[in-house]
Design a protein around this ligand. Sequence first.
Ligand code: UDP
Length: 237
Amino acid sequence: MSELTYKRILLKLSGEAFMGDSAGGIDGNTVLRLAEEVKQLCDIGVQVGLVIGGGNILRGSEVASDVMNRVTSDHMGMLATVINALAMQDSLESLGQDVRVMSALQINQVCESFKRRRAVRHFEKGRVVIFAAGTGNPFFTTDSAASLRGIEVEAELLIKATKVDGIYSDDPVKNPDATLYSRISFDEAIDQRLNVMDATALVLCRDHKLPLRVVNIFDKGAIKRLVMGDDIGTLVE
Ligand code: UDP
């Protein structure tokens, strides 16, 4: 087997990736397909951390209103990420993959609480670790949680799986002339507001030298090829 370019990665999936063709919620077959991609990585010896968003269920900023406090709605959003994490845990286990959910909020009956040292121990034992409940704080996103956890557990690469092939000069859905970048700096991504991740997440990665790859979630096997050294999607460094 050829050498792995990355031995420990942090993969960020948005909640929308769990919807399949539905308008929201969780599609079991879609989660299972994603779990198969993750299992493929574990089978070749990659240590995988996952951060899953909650946008398929609820985003705090969209629910907050005159009659709904933003902190409360963000707590609801964080709980949505726990629901998704449990779905992914179940699918991975059905494939025979060891996995632990670690939550930034204490919900001891359903999952472990996040502890960095314990997370690293899980990786060393070949378990997938799903980091749930974002950062545990309102007003943040799961993109920031992915950067934060990636840095904390010393992942070598943060992968953001999206609906498109990488980072474009403009929205490729609206503008057919948009060009795909193969490489870009964090400062360019931040300055040009390229809609990759929010600025907090990008600044964290930049300041702590965690490279980021943006890849297409629908490209089967792309993440496996990436960890084995292929130049896929857009590299931000
Ligand atoms: N959230 C939060 N703090 C965090 C991470 C997430 O309050 O550290 C809440 C926030 O309301 C957010 C929701 O959880 O809208 C779901 O996360 P996100 O919107 O990042 O999910 P995605 O768009 O990736 O599916």
